[in-house]
Design a protein around this ligand. Structure first.
Ligand code: ADP
Ligand code: MG
Length: 213
């Protein structure tokens, strides 16, 4: 099935993604204890609980839904990641123009989200942040956007690229944020925000795969 999602299905998609992050709270805490201050799990769980509640608000359009959820996340979650992930969804909302969440909209969401995050946080690829999962996902999704590509196909490709990017952060030295001060000692550990990004995209791909069956 290659048709896109309507507003109601997009709410459900985002709600499931928020719940997936919340379910992984302990894993995210552990990741941030390894190379940060340990607050990533708690901050993301709090932020995505507010995000999940926002998916039920009566927005008029898919862009408004993305923006509203991003804002709720940003306001509820402290730390750098509240701003970063809030910005991701707000940037995605600016770029999703259609009222159908289809393959093209997913590519626009990833590219717009990435641009907004980099604009705000100034992290480059290789700095060991969530950008190292998001950027490869956006690039792979764009490549997968061939004529007739379904949203589930594109999501699958994006999720795989995000997971590979997240795993590859083990080899990187942190150049930004709280982990920066640990320098070489961050090598061998996954970046917490990259893990959150991978969990979000994995959930989106799962939801779409199950819907397509
Ligand atoms: P804090 O660093 O304030 O304790 P968290 O622990 O919740 O916040 O989140 C840390 C994660 O946020 C990092 O693993 C990284 O992926 C992401 N992050 C931090 N700063 C930036 C930035 N400038 N750009 C992109 N991502 C960032
Ligand atoms: Mg932290």
């Amino acid at each position: 099935m290659s048709a896109g999602l309507d507003l109601s299905d997009t709410r459900a998609l985002l709600s499931a993604a928020a719940k997936a992050v919340i379910a992984n709270k302990d894993r995210l805490t552990k990741a941030d204890q390894d190379i940060g201050d340990g607050d990533h799990g708690v901050g993301m769980a709090r932020g995505f609980a507010a995000f999940d509640e926002a998916t039920a608000v009566q927005y008029d359009s898919i862009p408004d839904l993305f923006r509203g959820c991003g804002k709720a996340l940003m306001m509820a979650s402290g730390g750098a990641s509240g701003v970063v992930f809030g910005t991701l969804f707000q940037g995605a909302g600016k770029s999703v123009k259609s009222d159908v969440f289809d393959a093209e909209a997913l590519v626009h969401a990833l590219e717009g989200g990435l641009m907004a995050v980099q604009d705000r946080g100034k992290a480059n690829v290789g700095d060991k942040t969530m950008v190292d999962a998001l950027a490869p996902a956006a690039i792979a999704a764009r490549k997968a956007l061939v004529p007739g590509a379904s949203v589930e196909d594109v999501a699958e490709v994006a999720a795989k690229a995000a997971a590979a990017g997240m795993e590859a952060t083990r080899g990187l030295v942190a150049k930004i944020g709280k982990s920066k001060g640990l320098g070489e000692r961050t090598v061998g550990f996954v970046d917490p925000g990259a893990l959150t990004t991978s969990i979000l995209l994995e959930s989106i791909a799962d939801t779409l795969r199950n819907r397509a069956r």
